[in-house]
Design a protein around this ligand. Sequence first.
Ligand code: SDX
Length: 437
Amino acid sequence: MLSKFMTSEKATLRIGDTVYELPVIIGSEGEKALDIRALRAQTGLITFDSGYMNTGSCASDITFLDGEKGILSYRGYSIEDLAEHCSFVEVAYLLVHGSLPTLTEQENFSEMLGRSALLHEDMVHFFDSYPSKSPPMAILSSMVNGLCSFYPEMLLNPLENLDMMTARLVSKVRTIAAFSYKKSMGHPLVYPRHDLSYCANFLNMMFNSPVAPYEINEDVVAALNKLLILHGDHEQNCSTSTVRLVGSARVNLYASISAGISALWGPLHGGANQAVMDMLEAIQREGGNYKKYIDKAKDPADPFRLVGFGHRVYKNHDPRARIIKEACDKVLASLRIADPLLDIAKELEEVALKDDYFVERHLYPNVDFYSGIIYRAIGIPANMFTVMFALGRLPGWIAHWKEMWDDPNGRIGRPRQLYVGPKARPFVPIEERVAGK
Ligand code: SDX
């Protein structure tokens, strides 16, 4: 981390008659950054960067993104290789521990996931209190925070037995997701089974029922593994930065993850996969009139944005979108489903990528554009799509929380601001106040 980057050169900053020197630091993939950690002490000035478009919050070993080239890698392994050759459990281990597991490590991790799959029965009763239409992301964030009550030992020493805490979260969040779906349907809960793999277990908990046993489809299991891997991590996105910021106050892992789940819920972030399906269904209802939505997206007076398009970092294709688009065809073929929304999505992409508005702004389909097509084909309801995103992102969040805690130079995150409010003014007793003054 911080100790791992090199200082390559100096930048000079002239303010008035004074010239300051600032170190330029360089990361392992050649990215350069202006090190402004001493800026305010040297110059009395802060930087101003709303939305943190130009600001690096940390040095990290976990994920590398090259937005211009459309490159994504976890701990040095390309997302293409991981999606092609690994299971989600393998990649979860890689993200948290920094290396791909050996066979023994993989078996031990899987065994811990199996042992951690059950929820405390007192927690299961929480589901009885949620209204059936409760948003699954609200249930997920509160249930994850509630884990602190059932495992108080980690409050005393948040870093003790991190392997166990990781296994508990990665396994129990899967159970919470499936149980919240069953409760929303008014169906009996299906408990996890030791004889099923991580993704097969999730599918079985979601779709098995006393009247119709669920038949595990290996193509669907493979697609779900791929989707969860593709969502595994994405450096300092909004929800991961939230986990790091909350964790920087020395908040325990479960509460930090609960905050990340809330951040992911936003339609500009992880909530976009559900919004994409709403948009595609609206286009379908209007007879495939995607031109109307392209025009709305381009109209500066219209707040509508083409959901599933654009990205803060990728100014080229999001490599995840490409992999998911290919997986769509395979899953739909295996399930013998012809989903008109996939055709609409492909047409929308084709038209948008020829339109100057999108080309000039480097707006390409992102991870959320096609993922809902697969979730829908599997039978996962749209209001659970962001829960699926959270399931995939969990190991990334855990890895970042651990990295932040392990940083010997780590400090509480506390950005500055530029005050533009009223200047000092005399106090006015209430009887003398005039509205609007
Ligand atoms: C995720 O950060 C991550 O890594 C996130 C994520 C992850 O894995 O964690 O990749 C997951 O959140 C993917 C993004 C999902 N969100 C959506 O699909 C919502 C639709 N996309 C946009 O709202 C937008 O593209 C964002 C939020 C993703 C990025 O916004 P930025 O970086 O703040 O971009 P911007 O608002 O500065 O846009 C630049 C220009 C603007 O036009 P001008 O003012 O220059 O004329 O591009 C336009 C924007 O209006 N624009 C779009 C658009 N996205 C940007 N115009 C139409 N449709 C869009 N989708």
